[in-house]
Design a protein around this ligand. Sequence first.
Ligand code: HEC
Ligand code: HEC
Length: 474
Amino acid sequence: MMRKTLRALVGAFVVQGLILTAGCTMKPVSAVDTAGNIDQKLRQKLAANNMKAIEKPQVDPAKAELGRLLFWDKILSGNKNISCATCHLPEAATSDALTLPVGEGGVGKMTNRYPAKEREAEFKFVRRNSPDLFNRGEFLTMFWDGRVMKRKEDGSFLAPFSRELPEDHDIWSPANRLLPKGLDNALAAQAMFPPTSVDEMKGLSHATTLGKLGDHERKAIWSELINRVLQYDAYRQMLAKAYPDVDPKDYSFVHAANALAAFQIEAFTLTDAPFDMYLRGDDNALSEAQKRGGLLFYGKANCASCHTGYLLTDQVFHNRVVPQLGPGKGALPGGGADGTWDGGRSGVTGWYKDAYKFRTPPLRNVAKTGPWMHDGTFATLESAVRHQLDPIASARMYDPTLHLAKRYQETFHPHQTEEIISYAKKGGEISVIKLTDSEVSDLVAFLESLTSPQVDMLPYVTPKKVPSGLPVED
Ligand code: HEC
Ligand code: HEC
């Protein structure tokens, strides 16, 4: 009660102060009045949601520099034809501007990238949309299905194929048992995997030592990779600088992975989005429309129930009835007759209750990271937002010709939609939120306030050349 009165008093004072200033600039009193109120309301909501601005974790510059060159060096791929940056390009806001990536063997860049002729029949697209890599330093989960996850208590990692079963449950889980010690964070654990994937980086060719190894022969792949890196003087010197206490004979791919993580944290933690400036106290950082959108996000539109906390994600898995397309994962439960289903989280846990659930994405810089959703289904931010407001109706109305380039349209699976809806209804998490068109555009304006002005300058981190001498560009 006391608190309320105080707040009302402070409010009245602020409003009066504004009216006085407004007198000079001849603004209508009522408009100023609302402006004062909107900041007060929004700041109350932000405080209730424990919101704070993004901060950048400390990173060792020597590690980050090593990671930067590795991120662009195709030496980490079996056929030396693809790097991390092929699918996570600064020009495409750390994604690749594609619905689904064109992986190993592909030719070209972003929307001009096409599969290799010799692999076209067997493999056109990677199975999921390439996510952005912003602010991942503190994340505990990696991937759309969280199949790499840091356990809070002891810092160990759950890795692909490990299931959330009781600790003492003896399940054969190759990666879980193989993942070496010494990884700095979940981001570093993630970096152990792309080079082991036949579609992403490893490739099939039997002409290479890596190509001959199966995806599951991870230990052998990692040791082959670090041997490749160690062929180059420049990398040996950089490793020595980044890890002065490590004996060179003990270098392993873990050191490369930690460096890749350090680079991503250093380059892709952007702390100056207008929303973050607002969170630091600058009332002028957001436009009126963005503030109205913020009130909806943290209020009536209920977005913050999943896009929670300062990372804007609960890092939990939800079925948002996203229409399915692409090769799928063949994962539980709907491995389906044709294998084109993507069960999402259930593929990791083996539980039907997790069917079609994907991790809540973190939304910073989201206006720049399209196409959106785990399979790149939506081509505009507004359509992604409208989907979130009424997922079932949006899924039923989904028209691939409005959202997908022709080569993706033919991979759309309309027959899967009702099955996903039936799981969503059982899960009981879907509600319909009715907003006017102008409210939707306010919500989109709010999402645009999450974009750091640095996103457009990011290409500056691209190295001119890398130690292997392989081409940096695709
Ligand atoms: C062929 C394209 C491709 C290449 C090459 C690639 N990635 Fe990715 N990356 C993806 C896709 C697709 C996903 C999502 C996969 C999933 O969730 O199942 C992903 C996920 C990630 C994530 C998880 C982000 C999150 O929040 O869940 C990180 C981090 C990442 N990649 C970093 C890297 C690094 C580092 C490399 C190089 C060692 C790399 N990627 C190479 C396509 C690629
Ligand atoms: C019940 C949890 C939940 C709620 C509520 C929710 N979201 Fe999401 N959101 C998710 C999940 C999970 C995804 C990814 C779904 C997928 O790809 O299958 C997602 C995806 C998105 C995307 C695409 C992001 C990307 O990187 O591809 C946007 C944009 C988005 N949500 C905005 C919103 C807005 C705006 C609201 C409020 C109207 C909202 N969400 C409400 C969980 C939620």
